[in-house]
Ligand binder design. Sequence first.
Ligand code: DGL
Length: 258
Amino acid sequence: MQTNPCSPVGVFDSGMGGISVLKQLRIQLPHEDFLYFGDGIHAPYGVRPTEEIRALTTAATERLLSQGAKAIVLACNTATSAAAASLRERYPDVPIVGLEPALKPAALSATYPTVVVMATPLTLKEEKFTLLTRRFADTCRIITLPAPALVPLVEQGKMGTQEARDVLAALFAPYEKEEIDCVVLGCTHFPFLQRDLRAVLGDKVRFYDGAQGAARQTRTLLERGGLLNPQTTPGVIRFENSDPEKLPLMERLMDFEI
Ligand code: DGL
């Protein structure tokens, strides 16, 4: 267990999606160093069985800890659903932050709004999500929308393309007649497609994702553990990917305006 405040925070996702969380981490924790690992050769995770995702997430966490990470951010709703509980049991002394679909702020944003929750099939079928929806079932109308096809679009850097907009239009076609108030981006890849979603859904829809909340929680846990980095210069980010060909796109996504 690494208890040195000068150590980096480990951030993990199946691929590029967690960079949408890393952007918020960087804003809220500018003096932290980050070690980001994307498991590109195994992405997408969201269509795999729970056991397999748990094993991949555990291996990724071990990798980050063995490289000296002082805390772990599972910047992936799918990995969180499959593995956060078992990882917290396995590493009780390591601060572990997970992601979950930001249903709460969407549900409370109006009187009984219609909320579409987009996520991977795995996230939507796990108990964690069932419990979450139960909490807000009386507060809003929830439509769940599994969207595994969006993950490869982001992994291939296809944001802003006609292909991306066609895929999104087809996904929302069955809801054409619905008055959608909110869309919860329950997969960390999806914020990169927010502008394409807006082009398809129009200006009135409000979007919610869990990145800010996860960054706040990371800050709280680091503070509580006396693990905030004391350096006063901007922290550095190191990217690693099990598919090294993805590294240039990872760097580009860090500058991509969401
Ligand atoms: N970015 C991940 C999430 O938040 C999952 C993408 C995948 O299916 O690999 O759920």
